[in-house]
Write a protein that binds this ligand. Structure first.
Ligand SMILES: Cc1ncc(COP(=O)(O)OP(=O)(O)O)c(N)n1
Ligand SMILES: Cc1ncsc1CCOP(=O)(O)O
Ligand SMILES: [Mg+2]
Length: 351
């Protein structure tokens, strides 16, 4: 009898320790996410949602559960995974903490059912709220990062592809498109994978030109589609709600259609005729000014823009530009990137 009592007490104590540890874990993870929503994204509603979730967790974190804590006797405190010692980016921090919160809530849900019949349902409901938070955070982040980007590097297949892109990233670039119209798929896949990883290291968005399949394969942030490429609706079905879709536009009709079809951003051009897109006539400055007056999504002027004519482009109310040769063929891509960013008044947004 004494033994059974002792066992029951042991189980109860273990339960309390599990609940206490996971309440702590979930609260800490949420606090980490909340700080980014507040200071990184300036997003009041996401910050509020984190705070509410933390308060609800605090409500369940009773003195009885806290009293069960025995940190020196906890066999798990010394165990860490090498990934925890290093995070490659803010994204990685957010991802790790979302995971930590979701796992902790699942543990609370399962063991909570044994401790208090109301706990299971309450933590399940919170877990679903964290999934929603995760979707909003991911979607929102990409949109916000896109909005902050004034300079868009569209790559050309050069011998120094990776070194040039990395130099531009070191110069502060935050938006890269992989464009290669001729390479074999095997090469494109490998290049896209490497560029995607490179962009992640510098907290830059990575977009694949033309190819929805490659964008999905490398887990890119989105795809850029021209007028002759896949319809936006189909790309959206394949890519989901959270990835970015860009569309090239050459005239007012294209612009309105792209926005109405759900493009997250548009390319506007070619501003000038350019050998990079041989055979496509310039759309001209009238269309550029039209875009400045009517575009309701971020738009990037593209085509023949370089450091010499940037002032003329800026005079047509252009705030965002997409560049191929002027950076890919620059002698000093990092310095050229810094010049573009400074002229585009990037300030805090590209930090
Ligand atoms: C930002 C941006 N704008 C326009 C284009 C051109 O796309 P598209 O018309 O499909 O031509 P290709 O680049 O595929 O030759 C772009 N890539 N990026
Ligand atoms: C892909 C594309 N679409 C319209 S213009 C253009 C190429 C722009 O290249 P560059 O900056 O070298 O003129
Ligand atoms: Mg295309």
């Amino acid at each position: 009898m004494g033994n059974t009592d002792g066992q029951a007490r042991f189980v109860q104590l273990a339960l309390c320790r599990i609940l206490d540890a996971n309440l702590d874990r979930a609260r800490e993870g949420l606090r980490t996410i909340e700080e980014w929503c507040r200071f990184g994204l300036d997003n009041a509603s996401l910050t509020d949602e984190c705070k509410h979730l933390r308060q609800e967790l605090a409500h369940w974190h009773t003195p009885a559960l806290r009293a069960a804590r025995d940190t020196p006797g906890d066999a798990g405190t010394a165990l860490t995974h090498p990934d925890e010692a290093q995070r490659s980016s803010v994204q990685a921090v957010l991802q790790a903490n979302l995971c930590r919160v979701e796992e902790a809530l699942r543990v609370l849900e399962e063991y909570g059912k044994v401790y208090d019949p109301e706990m299971g349902g309450a933590f399940k409901q919170m877990r679903y709220r964290v999934y929603v938070l995760e979707s909003k955070l991911t979607a929102n982040q990409r949109q916000q990062r896109l909005e902050r980007s004034r300079l868009y590097l569209v790559t050309a297949p050069t011998e120094t592809l990776f070194a040039t892109v990395e130099a531009a990233l070191q110069g502060g670039l935050k938006l890269v498109q992989y464009r290669d119209k001729t390479a074999d798929d095997e090469v494109r896949l490998s290049n896209a994978q490497k560029l995607c990883q490179l962009c992640r290291r510098y907290d830059a968005l990575f977009i694949v030109n033309d190819r929805v399949d490659l964008a999905i394969a490398v887990d890119a942030d989105g795809v850029h589609l021209g007028q002759q490429d896949l319809p936006i609706a189909l790309a959206r079905q394949l890519l989901g709600a959270q990835r970015l879709i860009g569309r090239s536009t050459h005239c007012p009709d294209d612009l309105h259609r792209a926005i109405q079809e759900g493009a997250d951003y548009i390319g506007v051009g070619p501003v000038y005729e350019t050998p990079t897109k041989a055979g496509r006539p310039a759309a001209g400055f009238d269309y550029v000014r039209y875009a400045a007056a009517h575009a309701t999504v971020p738009w990037f002027a593209i085509g023949g823009i370089d450091t010499n004519n940037l002032h003329e482009v800026r005079a047509a109310k252009v705030d965002r530009v997409a560049i191929v040769r002027a950076i890919m063929h620059a002698e000093q891509p990092m310095v050229t990137t810094q010049y573009f960013l400074a002229q585009l008044g990037n300030g805090r947004s590209e930090e």
